[in-house]
Design a protein around this ligand. Structure first.
Ligand SMILES: [Zn+2]
Length: 385
């Protein structure tokens, strides 16, 4: 049986129809996928979140032998709140050769294509493994436990293809992301008596300036990783909350910041540098005024970069399937770095454009759907003979 564009289209409709915004459970969608696979004689496993409201799903199609390919994608989408959508984001609408709906590009079309091709996967000599995750959009929280199990239980796959939207370009590197929250505890005083207080707002300002200096240093002197835009790690403070009134020396201030790291510039070094600055240069002065003051940082999100490897079977495979040699790097973070950290050769290649991802009126062109279908069909053929 050969999957048609209409079959893919019907599955995109179904998947987009589940409101799988990261804050919601995704079990409806996962149950649907589980049922769909079961109807085609494929067993699938759930890897649940601690509270049981979400699950990753993985399945093996074909013989349980080494040398297979993992098709990986996330099932969650970003919110639509406050965005001016022209139509219901959770119902696919076709206009001018485009399918509109949340997740059409990022990245339910890739998942829909993999499912639509399951009936064509009946002659596989080497397996295709499906690995569908939750909570990618809120810091790749779901995938690590699925990858752990994959690595323990599956016969060694030769490649992982993560289907994030790249317009079917082959991507061999992405930046990592680390998100941290820094909390400053100062000491309250009347604002006419600043010598008796420790302003958490002023301390935060110093720390933010220090982070900005670190960011500027990287822009000037690297480490540089060609292919990325910008070609160095970035450090950015996104929000600050502090103080209660203009005439009170602020007791509390906190800010959240992220590091988008290039391979070869470990975020741990940024964190260690920052911690040392706090400990050696800022906290002593705070504690000289009030002992109970201090600075505390915690890492909220941590996903490693995908580093380009010259000898990468996943890269060779994806180039062969695409029929060209071009390779790109992307600045956005993805789950590919987690697969690489687990020792698996990984690339990113998927239909749709990152330009449409996270936007109101997110869409995918039918040309991209066709290109994505052709790519995965070639993969099925390659593994079948
Ligand atoms: Zn995505």
């Amino acid at each position: 049986m050969t999957a048609t564009l209409e079959d893919v289209r019907a599955l995109i409709d179904r998947l987009v129809g589940f409101d799988s915004v990261s804050r919601n459970p995704n079990l409806d969608l996962i149950d649907f996928v589980h049922g769909f696979l079961a109807r085609h004689g494929v067993a699938s496993d759930y890897v649940e979140s601690d509270d049981g409201t979400k699950a990753n799903l993985f399945a093996t199609i074909g013989p349980r032998v080494p040398g297979g390919v993992v098709l990986s994608g996330h099932t969650d989408v970003v919110p639509v709140d406050g965005q001016p959508w022209s139509s219901d984001p959770f119902r696919v609408v076709e206009r001018d050769g485009r399918l509109y709906g949340r997740g059409t590009s990022d990245m339910k079309t890739f998942l829909a294509i993999a499912l639509a091709l399951v009936p064509e996967m009946n002659r596989l000599q080497r397996p295709i493994h499906l690995a569908f995750s939750y909570d990618e959009e809120v810091g790749c929280r779901g995938a690590p436990r699925m990858i752990d199990r994959l690595v323990r239980e599956l016969p060694q796959p030769m490649a992982v293809i993560v289907g994030e939207p790249t317009e079917m370009r082959v991507v061999s590197a992405h930046k990592g992301i680390t998100v941290a929250r820094t909390t400053v505890r100062g000491h309250e005083a009347h604002s006419s008596q600043t010598q008796r207080g420790v302003s958490a707002v002023s301390v935060a300002a110093r720390l933010i300036t220090y982070l900005d200096d670190m960011a500027r240093e990287r822009a000037r002197n690297g480490p540089f990783a060609p292919g990325f835009e910008p070609p160095h790690s970035t450090i950015h403070v996104g929000c600050v909350h502090g103080g209660t009134a203009v005439n009170i020396v602020a007791r509390d201030c906190r800010f959240e910041w992220d590091i988008r790291s290039v391979p070869g510039d470990p975020p741990e070094a940024v964190l260690a540098d920052f911690e040392a600055y706090c400990r050696d240069h800022v906290e002593p002065g705070m504690r000289a005024v009030a002992a109970a003051t201090g600075i505390h940082s915690e890492v909220l999100v941590e996903a490693p970069p995908l580093a380009h490897e010259d000898r990468n079977p996943a890269l060779d495979l994806a180039r062969r399937l695409c029929g060209h040699d071009a390779v790109a790097s992307v600045a956005f973070a993805a789950e590919a770095g987690l697969f690489q950290r687990a020792g698996l050769h990984t690339v990113i290649c998927g239909p749709g454009s990152i330009d449409q991802a996270h936007q109101p009126d997110e869409f995918i062109t039918l040309d991209q759907v066709r290109a994505g279908l052709e790519f995965q069909r070639q993969l099925v053929r390659e593994l079948s003979g």
